[in-house]
Ligand binder design. Structure first.
Ligand SMILES: [Fe+2]
Length: 181
């Protein structure tokens, strides 16, 4: 179940806010300038489906988001628990970093834990099937796909070449939750 927990950055033991209700999650994140949405589809998506059929299943919402935000490219990525490089990929985004572009992900299947560090607040967003999150450009954050990743996601980019991680050097991510799967 999708979930949001908000902590003060100096107290990872006790959240100040916690909810698994989509409307609450959306409202709280919106107040922090973060887009969170839940999308549905009538199409059935199976492992191994082509990127085209995955995009077609969510075409209406994709077109709306692109029109609102002006994203230039959209693609589909997936990772399975059998991937040989899963540990290396997991480590890459476990430390606090920023991007000069929005990081926009829609979970077609599987899950991932995005944690955003906004002012003195740390917001853990567990994204699962049907969830869209947009981490605004320049927002410190980290991402955990867990030790056994198994997801398929749609990504939106302003400029894929510009989408590189700039590490902040802050070790705060070590004090907050990891995803177990
Ligand atoms: Fe990132």
């Amino acid at each position: 179940m999708s979930a949001l927990k908000i902590y003060h950055e100096q107290n990872s033991a006790q959240p100040t806010f916690s909810s698994t209700q989509a409307a609450d999650i959306t409202r709280q994140l919106k107040g922090l300038g973060v887009r969170f949405e839940q999308w549905t589809t009538d199409a059935t998506i199976k492992p191994g489906d082509t990127a085209e059929s995955v995009l077609a299943a969510y075409r209406k919402d994709i077109d709306r988001l692109v029109a609102e935000e002006g994203y230039q490219t959209v693609d589909v990525v997936s990772l399975s628990r059998n991937a040989a490089n899963k540990e290396e990929l997991r480590k890459k985004f476990l430390s606090e970093h920023t991007h000069s572009e929005d990081e926009v992900r829609f979970f077609v299947g599987g899950e991932g834990l995005f944690t955003l560090h906004i002012g003195q607040q740390v917001c853990e967003v567990l994204c699962q099937r049907g969830d869209l999150i947009s981490v605004p450009a320049d927002t410190p954050h980290w991402f955990d796909m867990g030790p056994n990743p198994d997801f398929i996601a749609i990504r939106f980019f302003n400029n894929p070449e510009g989408w590189v991680a700039k590490y902040t050097g802050n070790a705060i991510a070590d004090q907050f939750s990891r995803l177990e799967n």
